[in-house]
Design a protein around this ligand. Sequence first.
Ligand SMILES: [Ca+2]
Ligand SMILES: [Ca+2]
Length: 306
Amino acid sequence: MLTFTHNFLFLSLTRMTTAEMELERVYTSLKKPTEDVYANAELKHDKKADHQGALRPVATVNKNALLVKLLVFFCVLLVGIIIFLAAYNYKGYRVMGVAFDKNYKEEQLQNNTLQEMYTKLEQNYAELSSRVTALDKHCQVRNTSAQVCVGKTCFVCPESWQLFNSKCYFLPVDELAWIASRDLCISMGGHLAIIESMDEQKFLLERIRVRAAEDISYWIGLTDLVTENHFLWVDNKPLDPKKSFWGRHLIKDGLEPDNWNNNGKNPEGEDCVKLHINIKYHGWYDQNCKDRKKMICETNAGVLNI
Ligand SMILES: [Ca+2]
Ligand SMILES: [Ca+2]
């Protein structure tokens, strides 16, 4: 029994020594590794990766290189596009700049021209203003037979014409037949007188009265040449009976018009009208158109607003 125990202990001790030696060896190997554990570990890791996908590290490298190349390509392309656009826009801006300069010069030229015109207009306006001021003073103090101002409105007649109620009248020295008298007034810018009111009638009677004390007559613009006893003014307006101023016959004491044929000596009668003053009456009288008489010409007065 003791021997068995002794052998068992010896064997156990031997095993312990062996185990202890094995531990010592492992410890030593760990303390001083004979291989690069990190390299081996990476190698093992790569091998594991190789096991999962073939040649993965090489593909990744190529892919990255391709991406880099593409990135560089796009960068170059982008730079090229930017340079092209810059050059294109520069050219466009340059063309626009030339056109703008041209337009600017033209506008400046026009502006200078307009400025000169404006300056001239200002000078003309100043000159006209001074003239109007002078004319205003003149008109207010010097109304004449040919010019009358009411406020800032002046009625002005041609030289030698006489003003009455915005109309101008002229009595030429010529003695002509009625048609020739009509044409002469027209040639002077007027017409034979058209009498439209008692005031106008009185004014003209006074005008001719100063020429002669009595028995004086002047053609006016009234006639029945077209239709007997249908009297028309020279503006083709028919005579208004309410505005007629016929005279009375001196001998027969009858009313005019009488279309007198002078006992057959004047078979065509009397178709033209005169304004007549005789020793007894005054007014309108029809008369042979071929008789030569003086005339009363009439025209509208010029209106000047000052
Ligand atoms: Ca007649
Ligand atoms: Ca008559």
